[in-house]
Write a protein that binds this ligand. Structure first.
Ligand SMILES: CC(C)(COP(=O)(O)OP(=O)(O)OC[C@H]1O[C@@H](n2cnc3c(N)ncnc32)[C@H](O)[C@@H]1OP(=O)(O)O)[C@@H](O)C(=O)NCCC(=O)NCCS
Ligand SMILES: NC(=O)c1ccc[n+]([C@@H]2O[C@H](COP(=O)([O-])OP(=O)(O)OC[C@H]3O[C@@H](n4cnc5c(N)ncnc54)[C@H](O)[C@@H]3O)[C@@H](O)[C@H]2O)c1
Ligand SMILES: C[C@@](O)(CCO)CC(=O)[O-]
Length: 451
């Protein structure tokens, strides 16, 4: 049956929205109501808080909140909170943390903290006149007209650090930008930057309209296209690194030299081969996103920035790098990230507050470090498995419970399987076969339908 558009959906109550959903999309099956409501919090105030984070909310979507302990970072021990649904990510990060704790731990360095935003505009006229006007008149006025907005940020040591007129006319006719560089201290800064930019646009319009140096035609040609921060912040950069003597890298049966050779080659492949770099960086973001989400930050912004940065040399490449010099193995990531420990959800979501408490109430720079460390640790763990045992051994060991839950295994059967796979690599196929044998059925169809 063809669906009809709905008018005023946003104005229905939560129950009204659910009723509409069940009737329109779920054939009136009210099992869905139970599913949705079982995720509601009994604490009505807490539930209301969550409902109000977003719009048209009908339930909560749980995400596992885990801990990766034993991170030695800049000489201090931390436990990193991670919100992620994928098996083996937290385990891999924890294992990497344990590995590096006896080899000097992780070091982080903030390389820069500048955020960017642009007023994109069209101006048909004399470029040189516009440039002179920008330098001699407009720049000061942009600072003056945003003085109210920037007052508190300046008092914290932040504000607008640089204003530039960018001529983009070689790429698009009559296209210019006011490029703002901002220091937003402990906030990610989106709202501060966007507020400044919207004021810049108003000032630009007023000043051009009232200036005597532009012709009427030039004045009328001015069009503001949009005012928005850029999520690409190559000058808001953190470095996280680990290093140790090559001989300290012996890994199980693999010699230190062989491990380093294999590991280094794997990183080099990610540096030169975009197909591999995409997966390699996905693994890094497994670690980064989990911390970004646990600390209430905007993971889309962090993702967008990381992947743009990965193309900075004209080809998509690895975010991590490694080298061996004078017998020292060094593995590092330079990651641009704009995150905050103030603003957004950081003081609203109780679990986010808790995550920040676990990290010792970090400032934004410290949080950048934790995120980069989680990404580096994750990548170390994944590469270490990939070049030694293969990824499936460890990953599927962690994923086993998901397969058993799909099969509705009993606690006793789960225990049996944990023991059974102690010396074998888990695969979906191997679990099904053994499950059939255990339950005395000849065909998987006789088990719970799983595919
Ligand atoms: C999954 C993985 C950690 C298992 O390693 P393992 O050597 O079999 O693990 P072990 O049982 O010997 O435990 C070693 C450490 O790993 C971590 N770890 C292992 N299993 C864990 C689990 N179920 N939960 C949390 N941490 C775990 C812990 O730090 C553990 O130390 P601990 O016992 O002091 O807590 C490892 O294979 C790995 O890192 N694989 C890469 C996984 C990956 O990159 N996943 C990304 C998605 S595919
Ligand atoms: N493209 C984008 O990335 C984009 C666009 C729009 C909105 N957002 C959203 O914006 C939110 C983040 O914006 P925000 O950081 O402006 O948050 P915010 O506006 O909620 O809070 C930041 C404000 O807190 C105040 N503040 C108090 N103490 C501070 C300190 N020590 N340092 C800095 N500021 C301090 C300042 O007024 C600052 O502007 C995220 O939720 C994000 O999803 C993102
Ligand atoms: C294991 C990995 O594929 C992440 C899986 O989520 C990363 C990698 O291949 O480096």
């Amino acid at each position: 049956m063809n669906k009809q558009p709905v008018e005023g959906f946003s104005k229905l109550s939560k129950d009204g929205k659910i009723e509409w959903l069940v009737n329109e999309y779920l054939n009136g099956d009210d099992k869905a109501i139970k599913t949705l409501k079982q995720y509601w919090n009994n604490d009505e105030d807490l539930q209301k808080l969550h409902d109000e984070f977003s719009e048209n909310t009908i339930s909560n979507f749980y995400m596992p909140f885990g801990l990766a302990p034993n991170f030695l970072i800049n000489g201090r021990l931390y436990t990193i909170p991670m919100a992620i649904e994928e098996s083996s990510v937290v385990a891999a990060a924890s294992k990497a943390a344990k590995f590096w704790i006896n080899r000097g731990g992780f070091k982080t360095t903030i390389l820069s903290t500048e955020k960017l935003g642009h007023v994109h505009f069209i101006f048909k006229g004399d470029c040189n006149k516009l440039k002179t006007f920008f330098d001699e008149v407009l720049k000061d006025k942009l600072h003056q007209d945003t003085a109210d907005i920037t007052k508190n940020m300046r008092a914290r040591g932040g504000g607008i650090s640089k204003l530039e007129l960018i001529d983009k006319t070689s790429q698009m006719e009559n296209y210019f930008q006011i490029k703002g560089t901002f220091e937003t201290v402990d906030s990610m800064g989106a709202n501060f930057i966007n507020s400044c930019l919207e004021q810049f646009a108003k000032t630009l319009q007023t000043e051009i309209a009232t200036s005597s140096i532009f012709s009427d035609q030039e004045k009328e040609s001015l069009q503001i296209v949009m005012c928005i921060l850029s999520n690409y912040t190559p000058d808001c950069m953190v470095r996280a690194e680990v290093s140790c003597k090559v001989e300290e890298l012996k890994d199980g049966k693999v010699s230190a030299e062989e491990f380093v050779e294999k590991f280094t080659r794997a990183v080099r492949i990610a540096e030169i081969e975009p197909y591999r770099a995409t997966t390699h960086n996905k693994g890094i973001m497994n670690g980064c996103d989990a911390v970004v989400i646990a600390t209430g930050n905007d993971f889309r912004a962090v993702e967008a920035c990381a992947h743009t940065y990965a193309t900075k040399d004209g080809r998509y490449s690895s975010l991590t790098h490694c080298e061996v010099e004078d017998g020292i193995f060094r593995f590092w990531i330079d990651l641009p990230i704009a995150v905050g420990t103030i603003g957004g959800l950081t003081s609203l979501h109780p679990l986010v507050k808790l995550a920040l408490d676990i990290l010792g109430k970090p400032n934004a720079k410290e949080l950048m470090g934790f995120i980069a460390v989680a990404g580096l640790a994750q990548n170390f763990g994944a590469l270490r498995s990939l070049v030694t045992t293969g990824i499936q051994k460890g990953h599927m060991k962690m994923h086993l419970m998901n397969i058993l839950n799909q099969l509705e295994a009993t606690e006793e059967e789960k225990q049996y399987f944990v023991n059974y796979f102690k010396d074998k690599t888990v695969s979906h196929h191997a679990v099904i076969n053994e499950f059939c044998r255990l339950r005395g059925v000849s065909h998987p169809d006789e088990l719970k339908k799983i595919d």
